[in-house]
Ligand binder design. Sequence first.
Ligand SMILES: [Zn+2]
Length: 328
Amino acid sequence: MSTLPDWLQPTWEHLRQMIQQDRLPHALLISGPEGLGKHLLADRLTAYLLCEQPGATALACGECNACNWLRSGAHPDLVQMRPEEAGKAIKIDQVRKLGTDLEMTSHSGRYKIAVIQPAEAMNVNAANSLLKTLEEPTANTLLVLLTATPEQLPATIRSRCQQIRMGCPSTVVAKTWLVQQHIEAGVATRCLAMSSGAPLKALALAGSDSLAQRDSCLADLIVIYNGQQDPLPVAEKWAQDATNQRQIMQWWQQWINSLIRWQQAGIADQEAEIAQKLRQIVDKVDCQRLFVFSDQLAGALSGLTSGLNRQLLLEDLLIDWAGLLLKR
Ligand SMILES: [Zn+2]
């Protein structure tokens, strides 16, 4: 079993104690920023609970039938529930099937476990259906809900789960870990800034062409803001990839926050490459308008899973963004 990153150890220790003291609830809601590694904790927990001969150190043995099934992704007592399509909703049919699966006797005589991620992707009907499962748990079942935005889950769901909240590690811890993963220190710093300090997200960024993509998005936003570029072709370009779209909007939000901080407190973006670009518009922004726009962007982000036409959504946002300057 691979080692857990340092920042996940305290939470794992907490879970381990719950198991050893027989205090594990029927449902756990583990929340924390995207890219923190919540799924690694869920993996560690399920492996330990399903293993036929777990060690005294609370690690799965890695050799028994259960461990082999897990490795091949085919353990009959584990359901991994995700949206059928990335970025889309988890549907009621999936949750209904889960309810039926959990009612069946465990194949191995141990736990039956469902890991739902991201839990906030459940649409209203799916969440209501899950409520039934949460209200009438069968013995030795465990539901693990992972989410970056617990506030998007119905209060009725949250209140029936034991909640575990996690935050990002310090920059030093995150950067040390990234360097251990063979990421060059300068790139690690940039990628951590891009991912708001979430180490796994930073690692993914470092291994992709995201740095270049992000630079290009910011360049697009600046020329649009300055009225030198029509927003519509940019919306079309950005809408082409559903997964990237969420990321782009998150970056956009970071830049808005950075602009507001810069204008109000005189603190430039800590990432020199970004500060250099934002400098072109920082004196022209109206913070009040930026606050309003930031809310609009947040609303659009939470609506991304609801099947809205992505290109239209981006067109609206980019047109309003262009209007921020013109309306001054
Ligand atoms: Zn095992």
